[in-house]
Design a protein around this ligand. Structure first.
Ligand code: HEM
Length: 164
């Protein structure tokens, strides 16, 4: 997931520049903490758009505990129902015609305004069995580009001095 964020920031230098400007503005010389990371609006938009285009989990799965009739489809007890997250995240009628384009701007006003039906954004699942760690996941995903691990910093410093 972190690699997806980095790959997209490399492919879209304008978003990389916006993200970097925000980090320098919000962090200044301080190390990021939870409160600082929560103020990173551009980074949040970038991560939501990345999770939307490349959801790390492919399906939300539910088992029918009884026979049910859903929109004239008869579902028998014991059937596994698989909801494909990437397909739901790329429906033009929900997200607009540019749904396959990387455009974090669609999350500028939050998740509710990014999609016609906000419950169609299910990168962390949906309902009572939704993911237990979305807050930790968001902190980790924001922390990496803001405060990369020591060996990443070292290798980026080294590459500045290497004529490759
Ligand atoms: C980008 C990171 C993550 C993504 C995309 C993700 C996504 C998901 C999804 C789609 C589900 C299934 C939800 C459903 O069936 O409705 C799930 C379940 C779960 N996730 Fe995550 N997750 C992430 C990170 C984490 C982290 C960091 C933790 C723990 C610290 C965590 C703990 C769990 C647990 C315990 C469940 C099972 C919940 C249940 O069945 O009641 N996840 N996650």
């Amino acid at each position: 997931m972190v690699l997806d964020v980095i790959m997209l920031l490399v492919a879209y230098p304008e978003w990389q520049a916006r993200g970097r400007a925000e980090v320098l503005d919000v962090c200044g010389s301080e190390l990021p903490n939870d409160a600082i990371l929560r103020r990173m609006k551009v980074l949040t938009m970038i991560i939501h758009e990345t999770l939307c285009l490349y959801p790390p989990v492919a399906f939300v799965v539910r088992e029918a505990l009884q026979d049910i009739s859903f929109k004239r489809i008869e579902i028998l007890k014991g059937t596994n129902i698989e909801i494909p997250i990437p397909i739901l995240h790329q429906q033009p009628e929900l997200w607009g015609q540019d749904t396959c384009q990387f455009d974090p701007e669609r999350f500028a006003k939050g998740i509710a305004k990014a999609c016609k039906v906000s419950s169609a954004y299910i990168q962390f699942g949906i309902g009572s069995r939704t993911c237990a760690g979305p807050n930790l996941a968001m902190i980790e995903l924001k922390n990496f580009p803001v405060n990369p691990p020591e060996d990443e910093k070292r290798s980026s410093r080294q590459s500045k001095h290497t004529n490759v």
